[in-house]
Design a protein around this ligand. Structure first.
Ligand code: M6R
Length: 609
């Protein structure tokens, strides 16, 4: 929730900081700032608003400097304003800090520091860090940072620079991510990989309680006790092109269109079309350990939670293991019961969501097996779980999750088949038809995307509605939830996802001509039941749209508008039914002039509670 960047090297520092912040902007976008250092001054530029506002303000006066730090903010303590924007200064204006996270004991620290004579200028928790480092500074910035952080409680990734010990950036972290980029004579620290890919693919992932000291010669790593530590760089294969819009108006639209490839990439190398075998030994949990699993507990938030709901159907149907699914934010505070025969699956695109990470940590106290399903390599949840199943979606920049949802479903379908084979519930050869069905999904997704223009035409008829109901049943109930979430988060239209059968227990009271219903109704075991729900709405003059199989003629008679999709194995229909709902939400939001990639009040990675 907030993005930090630091650069030291021979290039012009301001454009690098600004371009990097644009790639971190999805993490928060209510204010932004940079600080660069020349020989005798720290130059600060901060604005309320987005990186584009920062750029505008830099046009009138661009500071010079040889190194610097930058920040894009999602406010937690203190309203969005220029004064509360990072970087934050000490009393002398010669030391600045950027911070992602929350300092929980900032009020007591602020009081103590104020009593000691420090003057505070902002409402933020971050400012205490600047004053604490100032307090301990005796000539070495890393020593001062190391002492200051002993007093901090909470979660943080920070980068600090000082005129008094110039030519270095000191970074430290507990909780939120921080990565160090090792370029050719230039070095970076960042909240994630995206800004660094244009400069280097050599990345060091900072672990909790580690400090990085960057200067023009390289990077040294220390632990929180100040002892030097050795860290190896990883070679990252994501390319800079993956974080460009490539001609699409928005990242979200580009990412919607990437979904067939993302599903292919997530399946690739993990299934055999000859033997029907699923290969997931890479996850790092042995088949022997998985064979003992008697219960699966899935925890996740937002869209990842919806992927978990779909996975419940996959795993229970194929592997015949009971599955519980919980919101991570609820689970972490529950007095839940686990044992060593339970497998806890934490689904998180970013791998950094605070509630999901806390739920994983709480679960691990009862010693179950734990598996992360993550997109971001080496993210905290991936590192702290016993095993990790990566989705191969590439970087997702749009704040609304789209391609990572499809990639999660693909990975979870594989997991279900893998568990089924390990447990002997399905023999490898008997898995073949299912695997073939799964393999055919990306091509069918392409067919739906080819109809984007007609979905746009339809969506534009609904731009001025204020309420929507989304209904689905069975494995498509989570799709209804996801469709409603997409619409509300990017277009700000109120939308509710509901299981079709529950509608008569309350929500049906809402139905009138001003509240259209989007139904998700492929031909499956609950098709007839959904038809009944549709009739109930029709009798109350509700307007109904339906996502249905293209050869389904009956539905044409029953609803007002149909979005056709190719038919498929009912178990895998969520891959297909999701796409029209994503496009529908996207076109409505774009037409309403909403900031599709950076919806108000949201951030891509929610690293606070
Ligand atoms: O990174 P995660 O998958 O853990 O993120 C979970 C949610 O914050 C995320 O899915 C959020 O709901 C998105 N805005 C959905 O579009």
């Amino acid at each position: 929730m907030c993005g930090i960047i630091g650069y030291i090297g021979s290039k012009d520092v301001v454009p690098i900081l600004v371009e990097s912040l644009k790639k971190l902007e999805y993490r928060g976008y209510d204010s932004a700032g940079i600080a660069v250092v020349d020989e005798n001054q720290v130059h600060l530029k901060r604005v309320k608003g987005k990186i584009s506002d920062l750029e505008k303000s830099l046009k009138s006066s661009t500071p010079n400097g040889s190194f610097g730090v930058g920040h894009t903010r999602w406010a937690t303590h203190g309203r969005p304003s220029e004064e509360n924007a990072h970087p934050h200064r000490d009393c002398t204006d010669s030391l600045v800090v950027v911070h992602n996270g929350i300092i929980e004991n900032y009020l007591s620290l602020k009081k103590k520091l104020t009593d000691e004579g420090h003057t505070f200028r902002t409402e933020t928790d971050t400012e205490v860090i600047a004053h604490l480092v100032e307090k301990y500074f005796r000539g070495s910035l890393e020593k001062a940072v190391q002492q200051a952080i002993q007093e901090l409680e909470g979660a943080y990734a920070i980068a600090v620079i000082s005129l008094q010990d110039s030519g270095k950036i000191v970074a430290a972290k507990i909780g939120p991510p921080a990565v160090v980029g090792l370029g050719d004579g230039e070095y970076f620290v960042s909240s994630d990989l995206n800004p660094l890919l244009s400069y280097t693919q050599k990345i060091v992932f900072l672990e909790d309680e580690e400090i990085a000291v960057l200067d023009s010669q390289g990077v040294n790593f220390l632990n929180f006790q100040g002892k030097p530590i050795k860290k190896n760089a990883d070679h990252i294969t994501w390319s800079p092109l993956m974080v460009e819009k490539s001609g699409f108006k928005h990242f979200m639209l580009k990412e919607i269109f990437e979904q067939p490839q993302v599903v292919r990439d997530t399946l690739k190398g993990r299934i055999s079309l000859d033997s029907g075998k699923v290969f997931l030994e890479e996850i790092g949990i042995t088949p022997q350990a998985l064979e003992k699993v008697k219960k699966v507990v899935i925890v996740a938030c937002g869209t990842s939670y919806h992927a978990g709901l779909v996975a419940k159907y996959f795993i229970e149907t194929l592997a015949r293991i009971p599955v519980e699914i919980e919101f991570a934010s609820e689970y972490r505070y529950r007095d839940f019961i686990l044992d060593k025969n339970a497998l806890v699956v934490v689904i998180s695109q970013s791998g950094e969501t605070a509630d999901s990470l806390a739920a994983l940590r709480a679960a691990k106290r009862q010693k179950p097996l734990s598996l992360a399903v993550c997109n971001v390599v080496k993210s905290s949840i991936a590192r702290e779980s016993d095993g990790v199943l990566y989705t191969h979606a590439g970087p997702e920049i749009g704040v609304a999750a789209t391609k990572t949802f499809s990639a999660q479903m693909a990975a979870l379908a594989l997991l279900a088949l893998y568990l089924a084979q390990i447990k002997g519930k399905i023999q490898e050869q008997a898995s073949l038809p299912l695997i073939e069905d799964l393999q055919r999904i990306p091509h069918k997704m392409e067919k739906i995307l080819n109809q984007a223009a007609s979905i746009e035409e339809l969506a534009l008829e609904f731009v001025s509605f204020s309420h929507f109901l989304y209904l689905g049943r069975g494995i498509n109930f989570p799709v209804a939830l996801e469709g409603a979430l997409k619409l509300k988060e990017i277009s700000y239209i109120h939308a509710e996802g509901y299981p079709g059968g529950e509608m008569k227990h309350g929500p049906i009271a809402l139905i009138d001509e001003k509240m259209p219903t989007m139904t998700v109704i492929p031909k499956d075991n609950v098709y007839e039941k959904m038809l009944s729900n549709i009739s109930e709405i029709k009798s109350r003059v509700g307007y109904i749209l339906a996502v249905a199989f293209e050869e389904d003629e009956e539905i044409l008679e029953r609803v007002d508008r149909v979005i056709p999709i190719p038919s498929a194995n009912p178990l895998f229909t969520p891959f297909l039914t999701t796409l029209p709902l994503q496009l529908f939400a996207y076109y409505i939001a774009a037409k309403r002039g909403a900031d599709v990639d950076q919806p108000r009040n949201l951030a891509k990675s929610v690293t606070v509670e």
